[in-house]
Design a binder for this molecule. Structure first.
Ligand code: ATP
Ligand code: MG
Length: 713
């Protein structure tokens, strides 16, 4: 790839960000506008022109998946040697490397995977009785404090300032926090925040460490910068050491980690803090169809608070696609079954399973969908917080694969060898357990087999410039080396399955088809969201979800959790969603004045029976994807008549009837006032004004024969 080629795939605004000289750059832009694309291209452009060396770049982001995505994009662009990591992974690597020097020979202390156990113990010490959930809430509170750089003694004041609602009295939280810190020290373990602090401390207090790190990393890039927390910012500042070569990109409207201490204020204030910063705003959405973009805009248009001030109206760049579907089901299992079926249809009609995602508010919702998909044999993968190669079953499998190099004859084909080695650990290829953790484990090992299949079939990824020059080695030993390399890179293998993931973990990612499920009030927004700020964050979560879809978007909820259960209300952000439905573009002020009237007009699809929420769908009387029984001839005559009627009244055509209404008329052929009034959106006024003309057209009249006087008011 040449530098010119790298620039060719960019629009003028993106190009400005990519070619900006060394120094601070800030990209403030909406979802799908090419922020991640801009930073990866900036890195590639600068290294291909020789301005910088990829080895000196540190690109950070917040999830392992996003880091993997960034690495993949950089590799495709030919930017070699760039470190793309999460804050945690970057800090861990650093601390491991410098630990012997900083700790005078002692190794790195053990890293606590989760705080729960020690927090429960600390609570007991502080005289607080908690169950497991209580301990988890306290752990989250301690995590918030540590990420916000608050010590136990400062907790109460910091929490009050931040308008936290602690799970127990603030003074008590502080006590538990102090006890937890003490226990940790005594046991010689550290948690994730300690690890970040150690990285900061190593640099701030040790000039030799600082010098070495700063010689290594000279150019910094931070993706999803709206979700940085004060501790991570402190680490970034330590890395920079006053230097200015830093590019940050983010979207304040996608701030969804405030509850953990993240704050978009660093992003918002960046241009003020660094006056010489090049600031670029992007509004062209390259990811999603105009239908999805319209819906996203409608969701975020209602947002309030500081994050909303930078909000930009996205402009869809892709060709039009299907209208988003909005559906209500009787209960969650019914919803999951319908989602699974639609997944199967999409796959059957050519959408790869890996291009489909089912996204939900909480991980606990995953199980219902796992079951529904498994039942009709649609493959899926569950994306959790855990990194693939850190899962215990994967680590064990890798040990087994390494020892199998000696026990399995060398001439055994790779895939067979892998299956055989895994079988020795109790795994059976064609016996996937139905659900839950067991299924996840099975899935993880199946992913290793898929990886072996890919490895055996395709040439390994060779370092740049060496392609074709090396004999391929598809032995088990070579495969093990490849796994080790990937593990080092923390690159989870992509398996061809429908992705099940939480909205939080979907940030920055995209799929052709996205299902946003469980959109009931109390789930999204969660009942835990009480303050206006918390509710705004829930709205932004929905925005993040909507903007993951390239082509198809489905939004649904089950009225009750289980069959016959108590009915719940739809997500309160849905009325805004309604208004964006295709031809009924948002902005119709009458809609915003009477949202409840519209919401109460629930009707169902005359073909499949699903409840229709979107205005345009209700007008049609069916889901946009259900087969249409449109009368083409009537449709053509109605359209022509509408054109004339609008011209006679000097109004735009949609004022007479919207496109959706014309389609509904051509499908339902109303020939009585009652039929006409049954079409959503047609009231007595339209009946009086246009009723006769419509009936005449339905009976076969030619628009030419309908005189213009009919159109007077
Ligand atoms: P998010 O806010 O969700 O992280 P983003 O701003 O980082 O989104 P990208 O993921 O970089 O957006 O880009 C969205 C999609 O649009 C990607 O598939 C990307 O390849 C594509 N894209 C971005 N810019 C362009 C462009 N100039 N021409 C064509 N496609 C583009
Ligand atoms: Mg991005």
């Amino acid at each position: 790839m040449t530098a010119e080629r790298v620039l060719a795939g960019l629009d003028p605004d993106q190009r400005r960000a990519v070619t900006a000289p060394a120094g601070p750059v800030c990209i403030l832009a909406g979802a799908g506008t090419g922020k991640t694309r801009a930073i990866t291209h900036r890195i590639a452009y600068r290294s291909l022109t020789g301005e910088i060396s990829g080895r000196h770049v540190l690109a950070v982001t917040f999830t392992a998946r996003a880091a993997a995505e960034m690495r993949a994009r950089l590799t495709a662009l030919g930017a070699a040697g760039v470190q793309a990591r999460t804050f945690h992974a970057a800090a861990l690597r650093q601390v491991r490397y410098f630990a012997p020097r900083l700790l005078e020979g002692r190794g790195m202390p053990e890293l606590l995977e989760s705080k729960g156990r020690l927090v429960a113990l600390a609570a007991t010490r502080a005289g607080v009785r908690v169950d497991r959930t209580g301990a988890r809430d306290l752990a989250a509170e301690i995590e918030w404090a540590k990420s916000s750089l608050a010590e136990p003694g400062e907790y109460a004041v910091a929490a009050a300032k931040a308008l936290r609602e602690p799970p127990i009295e603030a003074a008590k939280v502080a006590e538990v926090f102090a006890a937890y810190e003490q226990l940790k020290r005594r046991q010689g373990v550290i948690d994730f925040e300690d690890m970040l602090r150690a990285a900061v401390w190593g640099i701030e207090e040790h000039p030799d460490v600082a010098e070495q790190i700063r010689a290594q990393y000279r150019h910094f890039v931070v993706d999803e910068y709206q979700d940085v927390n004060p501790l991570q910012q402190r680490l970034l500042d330590a890395w920079l050491g006053g230097r200015e070569d830093v590019t940050v990109v983010g979207d304040a409207s996608q701030t969804i980690y405030s509850f953990t201490g993240a704050t978009s204020s660093y992003l918002i204030d960046f241009p003020k803090q660094r006056r010489d910063a090049v600031v670029v705003r992007l509004v062209r959405d390259y990811r999603s169809t105009p239908q999805v973009v319209g819906l996203a805009n409608a969701v975020i248009r209602q947002a309030r608070g500081s994050e909303a001030r930078l909000r930009l109206e996205l402009q869809g760049q892709r060709p039009p696609g299907a209208e988003p579907e909005l559906k209500i089901f009787a209960d969650e299992p019914a919803e999951a079954t319908a989602v699974a079926r639609r997944c199967r249809e999409l796959i059957a009609s050519g959408t790869p399973a890996s291009e489909i995602a089912v996204l939900f508010r909480t991980n606990a919702q995953s199980e219902t969908y796992e079951k529904a998909l498994a039942e009709i044999e649609v493959p899926y993968v569950v994306r959790g917080a855990e990194r693939f190669f850190e899962r215990s079953e994967v680590r064990q499998a890798m040990v087994a694969l390494r020892s199998a190099v000696r026990s399995i004859p060398g001439e055994t084909p790779l895939v067979d060898a892998v299956v055989e080695a895994l079988a020795a650990t109790g795994w059976a290829r064609d016996q996937p357990p139905p659900g839950g953790a067991a299924r996840e484990q099975w899935e993880a090992l199946a992913a290793l087999v898929t990886l072996a299949e890919e490895y055996a079939a395709a040439p390994e990824v060779l370092p740049l410039g060496e392609a074709g020059a090396v004999q391929r080695d598809v032995s088990l030993a070579a495969f093990n080396a490849e796994l080790a390399r990937r593990a080092e890179q923390q690159h989870a293998p992509t398996v061809a399955g429908v992705t099940l993931a939480s909205l939080h973990s979907a940030k920055g990612l995209e799929w052709d088809a996205v299902f946003l499920v469980g959109l009931s009030d109390g789930t999204l927004p969660t009942t835990y969201a009480k303050t206006p700020e918390q509710l705004e964050e829930e709205r932004r979560l929905l925005y993040v979800g909507v903007t993951r879809a390239r082509q198809w978007l489905w939004l649904s909820y089950g009225q009750s959790r289980s069959p016959g259960g108590r009915a719940r209300r739809p997500c309160r952000f849905l009325p805004q969603l309604e208004r964006s439905g295709g031809t009924e573009r948002a902005g119709a002020s009458s809609v915003s004045r009477k949202p409840d009237r519209r919401r109460s007009q629930v009707s169902s699809c005359r073909i499949c029976g699903a409840t229709l929420l979107a205005g345009a769908d209700r007008k049609l009387g069916r889901c946009p994807t259900c087969p249409s029984d449109l009368d083409e001839d009537l449709f053509a005559r109605l359209t022509e008549w509408r054109r004339r009627a609008a011209a006679a009244q000097k109004v735009p055509a949609y004022v007479v009837f919207t496109d959706a209404t014309v389609v509904a008329l051509a499908e339902r052929r109303p020939d009585t006032p009652a039929d006409l009034l049954a079409i959503a959106g047609i009231g007595p006024r339209k009946l009086g004004q246009y009723g006769e003309a419509v009936f005449a057209l339905v009976r076969g009249a030619d628009p030419d024969d309908l005189v213009a006087e009919n159109f007077g008011n």
